[in-house]
Design a binder for this molecule. Structure first.
Ligand code: MN3
Length: 261
């Protein structure tokens, strides 16, 4: 007679099952302490951002560009870890990529540009995917709750904020990102900033809660050189409840940015 599964093994399978169901948001990966990061899966299907971002763009952006940054960052982290393994007290794997980018000057020069470009590329894309969601009916979306209030305090009203953010996105020269962040040096004040290439806002002590990717790879298949169209389409996809979740998530992680890092 076959044994009945014990309570303990039933519980264990249940936990494994629910853990598999509770999918992590892409931003949650960036605080892991490891030298091998994985490409997060997207919180929506490749087609689901249509009609604002087409399936072909999302596929190549995630499986091509984001995957390449992930692999190259891991290669750089592993090389750094391997070559420094003798210094047990300063192990790379004791810091997350986020902490490393926050203190980029501490990275030995030999690995710095690899980590800046590919580590930045990994983290920036994890954030980018996290704050969009499908909006096939073009519903109006605006921040509410505390973020909505802070936005009024900082920018007067939501449409002023949108206008300022759009202006930054259209005026950025070359490739980069525009961010809305909390400035940890100004008591969490909301700030709009730009970064070029794959630089991250962490170097400036900003905790990003919203980001648009304005590299041409983010829109060229659909819009060719029409960046304004990419920006106006993207506003439809911004998911303000995800932005608020990310904002709350950072509040729980403030300790990561204390000086003793
Ligand atoms: Mn990109």
């Amino acid at each position: 007679m076959a044994d009945k599964p014990s309570l303990r093994s039933s519980l264990l399978s249940f936990c494994l099952f629910t853990a598999a169901l509770a999918k992590k948001m892409p931003y949650e990966f960036i605080v892991e302490q490891t030298n091998t990061y994985i490409l997060p899966s997207l919180p929506y299907g490749y087609k689901e951002l249509e009609p604002f971002i087409d399936e072909a763009t999302v596929r190549v952006h995630h499986l091509g560009h984001h995957a390449a940054y992930t692999n190259k960052m891991n290669a750089a982290m592993q090389q750094w870890e391997r070559e420094n393994e003798i210094r047990e007290t300063d192990s790379v794997v004791e810091k997350s990529i986020l902490q490393i980018l926050h203190r980029l000057d501490d990275v030995p020069e030999k690995y710095r540009s690899g980590i800046r470009n590919n580590g930045g590329g990994y983290v920036n894309h994890n954030l980018y995917w996290s704050v969009m969601s499908p909006n096939p009916n073009s519903d109006d979306r605006e921040p509410i709750n505390q973020l909505g209030k802070d936005m009024v305090e900082n920018f007067g009203n939501f449409s002023n904020f949108k206008e300022l953010f759009t202006k930054e996105a259209l005026s950025l020269f070359g490739s980069g990102y525009v961010w809305l962040s909390r400035d940890i040096n100004q008591n969490g004040k909301l700030v709009i900033s730009k970064t070029t290439n794959q630089d991250s806002p962490f170097e400036d002590g900003f905790l990003p809660i919203l980001v648009i990717d304005i590299w041409e790879h983010a829109y060229y298949i659909k819009h060719q050189n029409r960046r304004p169209k990419h920006v106006s389409d993207w506003w439809n996809l911004v998911d303000w409840s995800s932005v608020e979740e990310l904002d709350k998530w950072w509040k729980g992680l403030n300790y990561l940015f204390h000086d003793e890092l």
